[in-house]
Ligand binder design. Structure first.
Ligand SMILES: *Cc1c(COP(=O)(O)O)cnc(C)c1O
Length: 406
């Protein structure tokens, strides 16, 4: 049973007030809130078994190592990776993408092509531009329609035997578009290209199966799915992880070191130099357990209701433009919108005084804003712990702000 009040009670921050008003937190696309079990898992680590991992013979080090490796197994199981060593723990999506981009620097040649989608987050554009500058490879972009959906006929024209890599987010952070990644992957594989999917926005809403998708790389951050900041993962197919060179040099990633030559440790340690975010990794595992207990079917159902209700209620406001797919089945619970002749920042500032947290701005996706010729949007992104009552408070606050500003 999905009992929203029981779920909300597990998030201490949801009973806080902000500017004297009960918090309405609609900035889940930037980061999610944390349930008590995740907070406890961090406190437990530091108060009961804090020790470095994979090194000490002492008891605490072994307990910490076991807890960290157990988290890796939870992540493996959640994403249905074939092997636990195909899960590389990183500091988050951005690092995971950079790790792959760095690795491909040694595999690409001048004239090779990389395809990215027009819907990307800056963290999924800049590393590829750097890679292209470095290697002489060429960056191509899958364009999008006015509904914020990728134009797949154009993708078909871009894919060729020059294509070596394709990058796309699973769900767009700026518009909430659910991208047709199955088709993107199949068509890339037909020409022998590898595919990396950015799952930072999808993992809070759906449970991806990396083997069913047959994806080469899949990346995400823990903090958008109820886990702590500063930790995330890179899933990579074994064959690709073996091909890519290590990204960082240091402790933990080596087998033997002499001044003449170093040999690298086996997977996953080859990519995990230095002391990792130990408690972060452990709490990531706890967050995954928590979300599975809530249940991804329940999450999808509740969030879709919020999306439909929020869309309907916002459309009551005159002069509102909502960006992204009009077919709500192609969209996550994100509403990116503007009100005619009003700057998004002004709305965001006024409703913040009512305790309502939304994101305003370009959402790290400047090219999308340029496409619509707007400075930014107001983005309300809902999580499974949000309610229709909160949407009502939000819509009333937006209406009031509009009156004040026009
Ligand atoms: C948040 C986000 C990122 C960056 O994630 P970090 O945790 O900041 O590294 C990348 N891609 C998308 C689609 C995002 O939403």
């Amino acid at each position: 049973m999905f009992d929203i009040q029981k779920i909300r009670a597990q998030f201490p921050i949801l009973s806080e007030t902000v500017n004297g008003k009960p918090l309405v937190y609609f900035d889940n696309g930037a980061t999610s809130q944390k349930p008590q079990v995740v907070i406890d898992s961090i406190v437990n680590y530091y108060s009961k078994y804090n020790a470095n991992i994979h090194r000490g013979v002492h008891t605490l080090s072994q307990i910490a190592t076991d807890a960290y490796e157990e988290a890796r197994l939870k992540i493996q199981k959640h994403f249905n990776a074939k092997h636990n060593y195909e899960i590389i723990l990183t500091s988050g999506t951005t690092e995971s993408i950079n790790l792959v981009a760095n690795g491909f620097a040694s595999l690409l040649q001048k004239g090779d092509e990389i395809i990215v989608s027009a819907l990307e987050h800056h963290s999924n554009i800049v590393p590829w531009q750097m890679l292209c500058e470095h290697t002489g490879a060429i960056l191509k972009v899958i364009p999008m329609s006015i509904h914020g959906e990728l134009i797949m006929e154009e993708y078909d024209k871009l894919v060729s035997d020059k294509t070596k890599l394709v990058f796309c987010n699973h769900i767009s952070n700026a518009l909430g578009t659910l991208n047709p990644i199955e088709e993107i992957i199949t068509k890339a594989h037909a020409v022998g290209a590898a595919v990396l999917i950015d799952g930072a926005q999808s993992c809070p809403h759906i449970k991806p199966d990396v083997q069913a998708l047959d994806v080469d790389f899949y990346v995400t951050s823990a903090h958008k799915m109820c886990g702590p900041t500063g930790v995330g993962m890179l899933y990579g197919k074994e064959e690709w992880l073996r091909k890519l060179p290590p990204y960082k040099g240091g402790g933990e990633m080596i087998a033997t070191v002499t001044f003449e030559k170093t040999t690298y440790a086996d997977l996953p340690h080859k990519f995990e130099a230095g002391t990792p975010n130990i408690c972060g990794g452990i709490a990531f595992g706890t967050a995954i357990d928590f979300m599975n207990e809530v249940g991804f079917d329940n999450i999808a159902k509740h969030e879709h209701e919020l999306l439909e209700y929020g869309t309907k209620r916002l459309q009551e406001i005159e002069g509102v433009t909502i960006y992204g797919p009009t077919d709500l089945s192609k969209k996550a619970s994100v509403i990116s919108f503007n009100i005619e002749n009003i700057h998004p920042y002004d709305i965001g500032t006024i409703i913040d005084r009512q305790g309502i947290a939304v994101r305003t701005g370009h959402h790290c996706a400047q090219p999308i804003m340029d496409f619509f010729k707007i400075p930014g949007t107001i983005r309300a992104s809902f999580a499974f712990y949000n309610t229709k009552e909160e949407i009502d408070i939000f819509v009333e606050a937006v209406k009031k702000a509009k009156m004040m500003l026009s």
